[in-house]
Design a protein around this ligand. Structure first.
Ligand SMILES: *Cc1c(COP(=O)(O)O)cnc(C)c1O
Length: 225
């Protein structure tokens, strides 16, 4: 009951150009079904096995987003159905995703994860590494993946000005990249995935068009991630 209400409250204040991915990690199939029945179709998970078992138990028109850090040996379990992989942080991973996409005769959309936080713990590529990757011949030959944007996570801090400046730097880089990297068959920069329950307002102000929201919809999670 409260999930549908949270969802509707959240959607009411979300600008229409911003996509909501409801982050359902650790939450039950029943909880997800409640959000689904209230109209939500995009869901995010950070573990491939958990996502795959939920995929099997829930309606097939759900768009499943992999938002966690990816291990290449898990790609095969989701290659048939995953809607968007957010956390791609190496060319090697793209090569692996491409391989499995070929097996399923499909193109898998991906976001490159950009390192913007000041913490050492966050995964991702820096701006130079992203440019190098996108300009490489290896990348241009991957025809069963499509890089459709960037994803970033700000530092875990109360300092709003820091969060804002991290999101801002990613937005500027995204815009610059759109100009410097012409659209190709496997590159079209449209999606800027930034913002979680604690910082999505700042992220949207700074140009996010996809937010990944867990606790503000499903309530807090009882585990330490
Ligand atoms: C868990 C998670 C979220 C959602 O976090 P909330 O604070 O619960 O909104 C968003 N993005 C990633 C990558 C996550 O792992």
């Amino acid at each position: 009951m409260y999930i549908a209400q949270n969802l509707n409250n959240f959607l009411q204040q979300l600008p229409t150009h911003v996509t909501l991915v409801a982050v359902s990690k650790t939450k039950s199939v029943a909880d997800i079904k409640e959000a689904y029945d209230a109209g939500q179709r995009d869901f995010g998970e950070n573990k491939v096995q958990e996502m795959t078992s939920k995929h099997e138990d829930l309606p097939s028109d759900i768009r499943w987003h992999m938002i966690g850090h990816l291990q290449s040996n898990k790609i095969k379990y989701m290659a048939a159905y995953v809607h968007l992989i957010h956390g791609v942080d190496s060319l090697e991973l793209l090569i692996e995703i491409n391989k499995h996409a070929i097996k399923h005769n499909r193109i898998i959309p991906c976001l490159l994860q950009v390192y913007i936080a000041q913490e050492e713990t966050k995964f991702g590529l820096d701006f130079n590494e992203i440019e190098t990757l996108l300009q490489s011949e290896t990348f241009s030959n991957l025809q069963n993946i499509k890089v459709v944007g960037l994803m970033g996570m700000a530092s875990f801090t109360d300092d709003e000005s820091q969060i804002k400046s991290e999101f801002h730097s990613l937005k500027l880089f995204f815009q610059k990249l759109k100009i410097s990297q012409p659209e190709t068959t496997n590159l079209k920069l449209e999606t800027l995935s930034m913002g979680m329950s604690g910082d999505y307002q700042l992220a949207i102000e700074e140009g996010s068009n996809l937010v990944r929201i867990g606790s503000a919809i499903f309530g807090s999670r009882n585990y330490i991630a």
